[in-house]
Write a protein that binds this ligand. Structure first.
Ligand SMILES: *Cc1c(COP(=O)(O)O)cnc(C)c1O
Length: 429
């Protein structure tokens, strides 16, 4: 696309944007009464206006029905998670049977590793990306230790080549092939939180399966951001949080995916709980765990109604927007415009002050752009916040900006770039 670096151009893009109306469905934080340009949906999505209403509704159900709420009312809590399944499925490219909302992300990563990381002597290695989100590193290390292995032997990290920030698919595939039959599990993020790189999930899945390993993904930064086809790619399992691109609120409910090819496998370990028990027999309260069919069989505790209600409300907005197709089309050009505008700022300054480390090709990224400022990065970031642009800072040196197609505009992007230029000049660059 031919972009222009001007407010008029940005405004024209917004006028032509079929999704621009969704912006008014969200609440923007403000500073001294001035709303922020919010570019932090990769960390915590904005509050949908309906969220409060939805919570109020459940508060009323609790008030008026109390324990009977489990079986009575418009949508009894006992079956409430089912209402989310058909809305979650198109977000990750799965059938409703293959997904279920439950718990929180890192916890689900543990539960799924209990099922899908079954190390044996000779096949106990886990291949993951170097620089994965710390929680994933800790979860994986502790799982390895739990099975009696040493993380330094068992975990193989794939690193960028010298002088590069992101991974090459060929290097990931080669590393998996090299570990070969020793590989028990390949576990990657869909999108790396720091660089914003969207990995070639299909190629990674294929490479893992070629050596007989299980393949799982943490989709914290991918779900609701990029289109996914977990079922068709043959991914074994995945989990995600819903509070980043899916706007379900702080600490929101997580989602899991288990491929249907595993549904009949009785050898899978599970850390079981009563809510994963066969649903129509659950209240017989009998001895001996029998899992419910599908992803629901991984549930442990009773339905977390409040966070699920928030996720449900947010998924309805995705549904109204036509799920990922239109959102992705807008996201691709919105982020491309950000990349273009940042490069324009560099041109104005006469040197590469803002080095974009996120891959610029749409196929290799989602909404997020990670930027290393050559000079005074932290100071510039603080100035952006002081001037009502809210992105985030990741140690040691990265500014992350994520224009989100549901509520960000081309004008947001242009104004952000203008501010980056103005601040850079003001601090004497
Ligand atoms: C955000 C994020 C988490 C957070 O995990 P919680 O259990 O929800 O606190 C974990 N992993 C990745 C890759 C993330 O991006």
């Amino acid at each position: 696309m031919n972009f222009e670096y001007s407010l008029a151009f940005a405004k024209d893009q917004d006028l032509a944007d079929p999704l621009s109306g969704f912006r008014k469905d969200f609440l923007f934080p403000n500073q001294n009464g001035v709303p922020f340009i919010y570019l932090c949906g990769n960390s915590l999505g904005l509050q949908p206006k309906v969220a409060r209403e939805v919570l109020e509704q459940q508060m009323s159900n609790w008030e008026n029905l109390a324990v009977e709420g489990w079986f009575e009312g418009e949508s009894p809590w006992m079956f409430y998670h089912k209402e989310l399944k058909s809305l979650m499925a198109p977000i990750v490219g799965a059938s409703p049977m293959e997904v279920c909302p439950m718990n929180t992300l890192t916890l689900n990563l543990h539960l799924l590793m209990v099922s899908f990381y079954k190390p044996q002597p000779g096949r106990f290695k886990i291949i993951m990306e170097a620089g994965a989100f710390p929680s994933d590193q800790y979860a994986i290390e502790s799982q390895v230790r739990f099975h009696g292995y040493d993380p330094t032997d068992a975990i193989i990290e794939v690193s960028p080549r010298a002088g590069e920030y992101t991974l090459r698919t060929e290097d990931i595939v080669a590393k998996i092939a090299e570990a070969g039959a020793e590989t028990a599990l390949v576990l990657f993020a869909g999108i790396n939180y720091f660089t914003g790189q969207w990995f070639d999930m299909e190629a990674i899945t294929k490479a893992g399966h070629t050596v007989g390993a299980m393949v799982g993904f943490d989709l914290a930064h991918a779900a609701g951001n990029v289109p996914l086809s977990l079922h068709d790619w043959g991914v074994d399992f995945a989990c995600w949080c819903s509070y980043k691109y899916q706007n379900s609120g702080p600490g929101g409910i997580s989602g899991i995916f288990v491929h249907e090819k595993h549904f009949g496998d009785k050898t899978l370990n599970r850390f079981a709980g009563w809510w994963g028990y066969q649903e129509d027999q659950r209240f017989k309260m009998e001895k001996g765990f029998v899992p419910e069919a599908g992803a629901d069989g991984w549930q442990v505790s009773c339905t977390q109604v409040m966070p699920m209600a928030l996720y449900h409300a947010s998924l309805k907005i995705f549904q109204k927007a036509g799920f990922m197709e239109g959102l992705r089309a807008k996201s691709e050009s919105l982020t491309e415009y950000l990349i273009f505008a940042v490069n324009q700022v560099n041109i104005e300054l006469g040197f590469v002050q803002f080095n974009i480390i996120t891959p610029t090709e749409a196929i290799d990224r989602g909404a997020q752009v990670s930027i290393i400022a050559k000079e005074k990065g932290k100071e510039i970031f603080q100035q952006l916040v002081a001037n009502n642009v809210l992105g985030d800072w990741r140690e040691p040196n990265v500014i992350r900006l994520s224009p989100v197609p549901l509520y960000n505009s081309f004008e947001d992007v242009f104004r952000t770039a203008e501010l980056m230029l103005k601040i850079s000049k003001e601090i004497g660059l």
